[in-house]
Design a protein around this ligand. Structure first.
Ligand SMILES: [Zn+2]
Length: 300
């Protein structure tokens, strides 16, 4: 992937190298929303869902935001600020990748929103290490990157990228950029109101239907990641698309469940199968058109 010409985003907070905030740390907030979220997941998807949530990535995007009773944007996370000089443990190359990829998504989505007569409000990315807090509760590396609709921020522990490589076998800078673009996709869904629509529909749905809606939401974020890459063709180098597809396949729910030693149970999928993820990333890549990312297929 060629990021040299891309300007770095300024919507970036480096909180790496700070002591573990965890549940009672940075900002001094209360117990956070994690127990609530886990309880919600447990009641809706069973204990397996909780395990999957902790194993999967960006799973908090599932239940945050919208009518869920989350507080306003001035969460402790927002007030926490940057890592002090000399404290950061963020590798300069990782910083480049994060900020330039985010910058690229801002330009591409800015264009797409402008074409629709709207203004794009960018998300902010928070890089953290150890434990931290988000507007959706605790942020821990085990969760992988996630988008928190309550404060409209992406939280990422950059060591996840090593895990992506060693544990999930998805190496390469485009694989990493795809993960970031997927989280930006959840931000788009928050801006367009899709997230709220999904949550309302889920409130009255059966467990299986609520799960299917969640899968559709995840697949749409994959498709949006493809749209971003399609709109920025000069970013892509030979092999990049395959890299992204490998990442999409590596982090499908069926693959994750298998690697966790379980037989895949489709009803408990919240991100979609590997094949579904790769397919919708392709739709985005081939069309460059967010309107083609109708993964809900009449469900909403
Ligand atoms: Zn997601």
């Amino acid at each position: 992937m060629r990021l040299d010409d891309e300007q770095a985003s300024v919507n970036f907070e480096d909180r790496t190298g700070r002591g573990g905030g965890g549940f009672g740390g940075i900002g001094g907030g209360g117990g956070g929303f994690l127990p609530l979220i886990l309880g919600l997941v447990a009641s809706r998807f069973g204990i397996g869902g909780v395990a999957l949530l902790l194993l999967g990535y960006c799973a908090l995007s599932t239940f945050g935001g919208g009518g869920g009773g989350y507080g306003p944007v001035n969460s402790p996370a927002v007030q926490a600020g940057q890592a002090a000089a000399g404290q950061s443990t963020l590798d300069p190359a990782a910083r480049e990748l994060l900020t330039r990829t985010l910058g690229s998504t801002e330009r591409r989505w800015g264009e797409l929103f402008a074409e629709a007569g709207q203004r794009y409000q960018p998300t902010t990315m928070v890089a953290y290490s150890n434990n931290d807090r988000s507007g959706c509760g605790a942020a821990q590396a085990a969760m992988g990157p996630f988008y928190c609709p309550a404060d409209q921020r992406i939280y990422i522990d950059p060591t996840f990228f090593q895990e992506l490589q060693t544990r999930f076998g998805a190496a390469g800078d485009f694989a990493q950029a795809y993960v970031i673009a997927h989280e930006v996709g959840h931000h788009i869904q928050t801006l367009t109101g899709i997230s709220d629509q999904v949550r309302q529909a889920q409130a009255n749905a059966s467990r299986a239907e609520a799960n299917a809606l969640q899968v559709a939401m995840e697949l749409q974020a994959d498709c949006y990641a493809g749209v971003w890459a399609a709109r920025d063709r000069n970013l892509l180098e030979p092999g990049d698309v395959e890299e992204g597809l490998r990442a999409a396949q590596a982090i499908g729910d069926d693959t994750l469940q298998r690697s966790a030693g379980r037989v895949p149970v489709p009803e408990s999928f919240t991100h979609g199968t590997s094949a579904q993820r790769a397919r919708w990333l392709q739709v985005g890549l081939q069309t460059g058109d967010p309107n083609r990312c109708d993964t809900f297929e009449g469900r909403l």
